[in-house]
Design a protein around this ligand. Structure first.
Ligand SMILES: *Cc1c(COP(=O)(O)O)cnc(C)c1O
Length: 235
């Protein structure tokens, strides 16, 4: 991945997603590609945009704001915040992103709601689930998920769209599929509970496990390394 050529790696990622969808027997447009650009310079994001990529995922607030300022001229670009979110950063996220995938507690949701500017329309929210039940990992537990969903659903400046997860690393398709299947079932349960909600998003699948996620119904895969190469060191 050292001599990465973005047109080639982005085309390869698109082909990989298209083949995964075909193998899953799903429509070609059933899963969107989110380009995860953390640690990558604005110049590469601009290049990806010129190649037709519109949705980008960032993990670090200040880094993202700096790049957004550089890229303010790019029309129709959609920014997703996918990293851990602390209370003192919620205002920046509420003001500068269209989506947040990493909401895992009510306090953060309330702050995002209160700080979302009226002019921007509701902030799209995915609840991050600790799907492999790892003690020290981010994400709401499956047990606490319904209560959190209910709280978010009641906040007018947020639009609850679905669930996100980062399962524990696993080898082999079957082992990778199991947690994604649990996430899909959890979303189905929430749909039954909240029929009025716009619960249309399963944000799951990364470079290592895209195929398993697509087989289990991912509507958005988050690809970093496959598109931009190995992460750069953060300063
Ligand atoms: C970094 C990151 C990704 C991208 O991971 P790759 O393995 O590089 O594709 C996806 N989702 C989240 C939440 C991330 O932090």
């Amino acid at each position: 991945m050292t001599n990465l050529v973005l047109p080639e790696s982005l085309a390869a990622a698109r082909t990989r997603l298209a083949e995964a969808l075909k193998a899953a027997g799903r429509p070609a447009d059933a899963t969107r590609l989110l380009a995860v650009s953390k640690t990558k310079p604005a110049t590469l994001i601009r290049e990806a945009w010129h190649l037709g990529q519109r949705e980008f995922g960032e993990n670090y607030v200040q880094e993202a704001l700096d790049k957004q300022a550089d890229l303010a001229d790019l029309e129709l670009i959609v920014w997703h915040f996918i990293g851990p979110l602390q209370s003192n950063k919620t205002r920046d996220v509420a003001e500068h992103f269209a989506w947040v995938h990493s909401v895992d507690r009510e306090k953060i949701a309330r702050r995002l709601n209160d700080q979302r500017p009226e002019a921007l329309g509701p902030l799209n929210i995915c609840l991050q689930v600790n799907i492999s039940d790892e003690p020290s990992k981010s994400g709401v537990s499956l047990e606490a998920l319904p209560a959190l969903a209910e709280a978010v659903q009641a906040l007018p400046r947020l639009r609850l769209r679905g669930l996100m997860a980062i399962p524990a690393a696993a080898e082999g398709l079957d082992a990778q599929r199991a947690p994604f299947a649990r996430l899909r079932e959890s979303l189905e349960e929430l749909r039954t509970r909240f029929p009025e909600a716009a619960l249309d998003t399963l944000s799951m699948g990364m470079t290592a496990d895209l195929e398993a996620a697509v087989l289990e119904g991912a509507t958005l895969v988050r690809l970093g390394t496959a598109i931009f190469g190995e992460r750069n060191a953060r300063e």
